[in-house]
Design a binder for this molecule. Structure first.
Ligand code: C2E
Ligand code: CA
Ligand code: CA
Length: 571
C-alpha cells in the first residue's frame, strides 16, 4: 500500500521548491534535496514510483531509505550519511549501493551529491542525483560471468571481511596472451567465442568456493580469500593446464596462454583501486617477462614498472624531436672461412634525457607497443643505408643488416619506404638484409611470407633472426621464406661441452644449405667456438665479440675500416 501523507515543507525546502520542480522535469534520474537540520527531504516523483517511500516529501528519510538498502552495503551507507551530517564546508559525496525496488529486486544506484553549509558553517543542505547503473546490474554480456562492477564489489566485501576477521587473501587478474592475434586472424565474433570458451574451461577447474569474474577486454579475475602463495601457484598451474593444448572451437583451432598478476591483501593495499592497479601492473610484468606466467606483486617491481611508464613519455619526446637521443651502433660480420669483413648489423641505442644509455631489451618493447617503431624503424633504415653507402667505398660488397619488428612487417608502407630510400641513395637492393625475429611470428605464416616475398622479389634479402629461441624453430624453417638464418647464441654457448648441441648446429646448417639458405652464427666469443663452427659445422658467416663488439660509427671506422684503407693504400 502506498501511503501519502501531507507534510509541511521546512522553510529551507520551501525556498528551493520552485527550482526543484523545474529540475524534476528535465531528467529521468532520481533527484533529491534534503534539509539536513530539519531532517526533511524532497524527492522527484520517480522515486515514489520505483521505491517504497511514502511520498515526495518525507520527514524522516532514514527510517524509510535505510531498510531498502542491500544489507551488504547498509553499514557503508549509514557511515557515509554520518559524514554528510558532520561535513565541514562544501562536501562532495559519491556512493554506489543496491536498493530494493517496489518489485522486490535490487538495483544498483550511484549517488552524486553536494553538501552545503549555513553561514555558521554547519551542513544544512544536501542535494544530488541518483542514477540507475544499468551496466552494473548485468553480467558480462560475452561470457555471462559476473562483470567488473561485481568484481569491484567483491573486492570491497573481501576487504570488509578482512577488517572484521583479520583474514587476508589474494586477488588474481589474468589476461590471454596473443588474444589480439586471435581477433586479427579471425574476427571479433570468434574472439568472443574464445573468451566464452576460456571462461568455461577455467570455471571447470576453479575450486567451488571461488568465483570467476570477467573484466574489460580479455581479462578475468579471481578473488581468493585466505589464499596462501602455494594455493595461488596451484591455481595458476591449473589454469595453465586447461589452456595447454590447442582448442577446437566450431571447426577452428585456437591456442592461447594466460599471464596473471597476483596481489595479496592487505599487504599490497587495503583499497580496491590500489589493489586492482597493483594486480594489473603485476600482470603487465608477467607479459613483459615472456608471458604464460603468474607474477606476484612486489613493491620493487612495481616501482620499476612505473619507471618504464615514465620512459615511455621520454621516448615519445625523443621521437617527436626527430629521433633525438637515438643512435645506431654497428657490429661487424665476417666471412666464416676467410674472416674477411663483409658487413655489419645495425643495433639501436637510446640515451634517456638524463644521459643514461638504456638497453634495447628495455626500450624496444616500448617502441613496439606504442607503434613508435614505425617512424623510428624508418629512421633506422635510412641511417643504416647512408652509413652502408659510405662504407662501400672501402668494402664494395658490404652488406648492412637491419632489424625489423613484426609491427613493421604489418605496416605496408615500410616496403615503399625501403625502395624509395634505395633509389634516393642509389644503392642496390643487395646492400641490405632485413632481419626478423622468428619467435615473434606466431600467427599467420602466409601473411608473413607474402610480405617477405614482396621484399625478396626486389632483391632484398630476409634473415630469420634468433633461430633456436622460438617455439617452433624447425617448422619455421619449413614454412618461412627467407635467405639467411641467424643461429642464436643460446645454441653456440654449449657447443664446446655438449656433443648434442654441436651435432644440432651442424645438422641445422646442413639442412639450410640443402634448401639454399645461408647461415650466420651469432654470439661467437671464443676462438675454439669459431674453429668448430667453421671447420665442423660449415657456417657461412660469423658475428660475435670475438670479431668485434657493437661500435659507434666513428669507432667502427677506426677499428675495422681504417686498417683496410691502410692496406688498400699500401697495396
Ligand atoms: P639481436 O638482433 O639478436 O642482436 C644481437 C645482440 O647480441 C646484440 O645485443 C649484440 O650486442 C649481442 N651480441 C653480439 N655478439 C655477442 C656475443 O658474442 N656475445 C654476447 N653475449 N652477445 C652478443 P643488443 O645490441 O643489446 O640488442 C639486443 C636486441 O635488441 C637485438 O637482438 C634485437 O632483437 C633488438 N634490437 C637492436 N637494435 C634493433 C633495431 O634497430 N630494431 C629492432 N626492431 N630491434 C633491435
Ligand atoms: Ca638481429
Ligand atoms: Ca639475433
Amino acid at each position: 500500500m502506498r501511503r501519502t501523507k501531507r507534510i509541511l515543507l521546512s522553510p529551507l525546502l520551501k525556498r528551493y521548491k520552485y527550482y526543484f520542480d523545474l529540475l524534476k522535469k528535465t531528467t529521468d534520474e532520481y533527484l533529491f534535496l534534503s534539509d539536513l537540520q530539519a531532517g526533511m527531504v524532497m524527492l522527484s516523483p520517480n522515486f515514489v514510483q520505483d521505491f517504497d517511500v511514502p511520498g515526495e516529501v518525507i520527514a524522516d528519510v532514514g527510517t524509510y531509505w535505510s531498510p531498502l538498502i542491500h544489507p551488504e552495503e547498509r553499514a557503508q551507507y549509514e557511515a557515509a550519511m554520518r559524514s554528510v551530517h558532520s561535513a565541514e564546508g562544501i562536501y562532495d559525496y559519491t556512493a554506489e549501493y543496491r536498493v530494493r525496488t517496489r518489485k522486490g529486486e535490487y538495483v544498483w544506484l550511484r549517488t552524486r551529491g553536494q553538501v552545503g553549509t549555513d553561514l555558521a558553517g554547519h551542513p544544512n543542505l544536501f542535494a544530488g542525483v541518483m542514477t540507475r547503473m544499468a551496466k552494473r546490474n548485468q553480467a558480462d554480456s560475452v561470457t555471462g560471468l559476473l562483470n567488473k562492477y561485481q568484481f569491484e564489489h567483491g573486492v570491497k566485501m573481501a576487504l570488509a571481511n578482512y577488517r572484521a576477521t583479520q583474514q587476508g587473501g589474494a586477488i588474481m587478474v589474468f589476461g590471454l596472451d596473443n588474444f589480439k592475434i586471435v581477433n586479427e586472424t579471425y574476427n571479433r565474433v570468434m574472439g568472443d567465442r574464445v573468451l566464452k570458451h576460456v571462461a568455461k574451461l577455467v570455471e571447470q577447474i576453479l575450486p567451488p568456493q571461488l568465483t570467476l569474474y570477467k573484466l574489460d577486454g580479455d581479462e578475468f579475475a579471481i578473488i581468493y580469500p585466505e589464499a596462501t602463495q602455494e594455493q595461488i601457484g596451484e591455481l595458476f598451474e591449473s589454469i595453465q593446464n586447461c589452456l595447454a593444448r590447442p582448442q577446437e572451437l566450431d571447426g577452428h583451432q585456437y591456442f592461447t596462454t594466460a599471464s596473471a598478476g597476483t596481489v595479496f591483501y592487505p599487504r599490497a593495499g587495503k583499497d580496491y583501486l590500489v589493489l586492482h592497479k597493483h594486480a594489473e601492473a603485476a600482470m603487465d610484468l608477467a607479459k613483459k617477462d615472456g608471458k604464460n606466467r603468474n607474477c606476484l606483486f612486489s613493491k620493487d617491481q612495481y616501482n620499476r614498472w612505473v619507471r618504464s611508464i615514465a620512459m615511455r613519455d621520454s621516448i615519445w619526446d625523443s621521437v617527436e624531436q626527430g629521433c633525438q637521443g637515438f643512435s645506431l651502433f654497428f657490429q661487424p660480420q665476417v666471412d666464416a672461412a676467410s674472416q674477411r669483413l663483409i658487413g655489419a648489423e645495425a643495433l639501436l641505442r637510446w640515451q634517456n634525457p638524463k644521459g643514461r644509455m638504456v638497453a634495447p631489451m628495455e626500450f624496444i618493447p616500448i617502441l613496439e607497443e606504442t607503434k613508435l617503431i614505425i617512424p623510428v624503424g624508418k629512421w633506422i633504415f635510412e641511417e643504416a643505408l647512408r652509413t652502408c653507402k659510405r662504407w662501400r667505398k672501402v668494402v664494395p660488397d658490404f652488406r648492412m643488416s637491419v632489424n625489423m619488428s613484426y609491427e613493421q612487417v604489418k605496416e605496408l608502407s615500410f616496403k615503399e619506404f625501403v625502395e624509395d630510400c634505395l633509389q634516393r641513395y642509389e644503392m642496390p637492393p643487395d646492400s641490405v638484409i632485413l632481419e626478423l625475429t622468428e619467435s615473434k611470428i606466431v600467427a599467420d605464416w602466409n601473411f608473413v611470407n607474402q610480405q617477405f616475398n614482396r621484399f625478396r622479389e626486389k632483391g632484398i634479402a630476409i634473415a630469420m633472426d634468433d633461430f633456436g629461441t622460438g617455439y617452433s624453430s624447425l617448422s619455421s624453417l619449413k614454412n618461412l621464406a627467407c635467405d639467411i638464418v641467424k643461429i642464436d647464441r643460446e645454441f653456440v654457448k654449449k657447443i664446446l661441452e655438449n656433443d648434442f648441441d654441436r651435432k644440432l648446429v651442424k645438422a641445422v646448417v646442413s639442412l639450410c644449405h640443402s634448401i639454399g639458405i645461408k647461415c650466420c652464427i651469432e654470439g661467437v666469443e671464443q676462438e675454439a667456438e669459431y674453429e668448430l663452427l667453421t671447420k665442423e659445422c660449415h657456417a657461412d658467416s660469423i658475428q660475435g665479440y670475438l670479431f668485434g663488439h657493437p661500435e659507434s660509427v666513428t669507432n667502427f671506422e677506426e677499428k675495422f675500416l681504417a686498417p683496410l684503407q691502410a692496406d688498400q693504400a699500401g697495396a
